[in-house]
Design a protein around this ligand. Structure first.
Ligand code: KIV
Length: 268
């Protein structure tokens, strides 16, 4: 399994880091077979698995359940699991406990949390003090969509760019080992990647970050929409729909089950 020092080496030697989300056992098996560098058990599961309009309903129980299922399918892949909304916003004791549960019960290797405010830096420090590797997440942080007024690109104004840049630096100083940048102009993605020591992983942050992350359902064409920053490598919805229709037609036409699918068939 790759580890944190491998990710630093990849940044140094300019080898792009590949990350993809996964939420269950069988998708994790495919990620591991594909030799992706990192699996992210993202709280995007609230949207793509549970059908919520945003990530805010996701609970610690959800994250633990999905993270441990992913680990069982990917024993040899580095796994980062998201701390869900409000799991690191209260007191430090609760924050430490929740982060530890993602490793102890969720079997993750690291945790990710969103934002860079001063209270968020306190949360990062507390988790790092428990020897838990932490990944930061800045830019279009989905847990803040009500503050942003929707899923909108961040860092367009100079003052926003400055703030995101400053927060990235402070998060690095506080001890994160990796940073996800989401939904920001390419120029800002490049500036942060070039100036920080930690690996920077982008999603909608342009071409110059140290790695990229995408959501499983987007890569496989299982989402209803393809965002500008994303790409589908296969039209999964069409392929799976055709397969399920073929199954249904075979049942309707009494083609399935055939004799080869039957225990001790009756010979007519
Ligand atoms: O939850 C998630 O899938 C994420 C990625 C979009 C970075 O945080």
């Amino acid at each position: 399994m790759l580890n944190i020092s491998d990710f630093y080496k990849m940044k140094e030697s300019q080898v792009p880091i590949s990350m993809i989300t996964a939420y269950d056992y069988s998708s994790a098996q495919i990620c591991e077979k594909s030799q992706v560098d990192i699996i992210l058990v993202g709280d995007s599961l609230g949207m793509v698995v549970y059908g919520h309009p945003d990530t805010l309903n996701v609970t610690m129980d959800d994250m633990i359940r999905h993270s441990s299922a992913v680990r069982k399918g990917a024993l040899d892949t580095f796994i980062i699991t998201d701390l869900p909304y409000m799991s690191y916003h209260l007191d430090i004791k609760t924050t430490k406990y929740n982060a530890s549960q993602l490793l102890i019960k969720g079997l993750a290797d690291a945790v990710k949390l969103e934002g860079g405010s001063s209270s968020r830096l306190d949360a990062v420090k507390a988790i790092v003090d428990c020897e838990i590797p932490v990944v930061g997440h800045l830019g279009l942080t989905p847990q803040s969509i009500h503050k942003f007024g929707g899923f909108k690109v961040q860092g367009k104004q100079q003052w926003e760019k400055d703030e995101i840049y400053l927060q990235a630096q402070k998060l690095q100083e506080t001890g994160i080992f990796m940073l996800v940048l989401e939904g920001i102009p390419e120029e800002l993605g490049r500036l942060i990647s070039e100036n920080l020591k930690i690996p920077i992983i982008g999603i909608g942050a342009g071409r110059y970050t140290d790695g990229q992350v995408l959501v499983w359902h987007d890569v496989l064409g299982l989402s209803n929409i393809t965002a500008k920053f994303s790409k589908k490598w296969v039209n999964g919805t069409d392929i799976f729909t055709e397969s399920v229709m073929s199954y249904k037609n075979d049942v309707k036409n009494k083609v399935f089950p055939g004799e080869e699918n039957v225990y001790f068939p009756i010979h007519k």
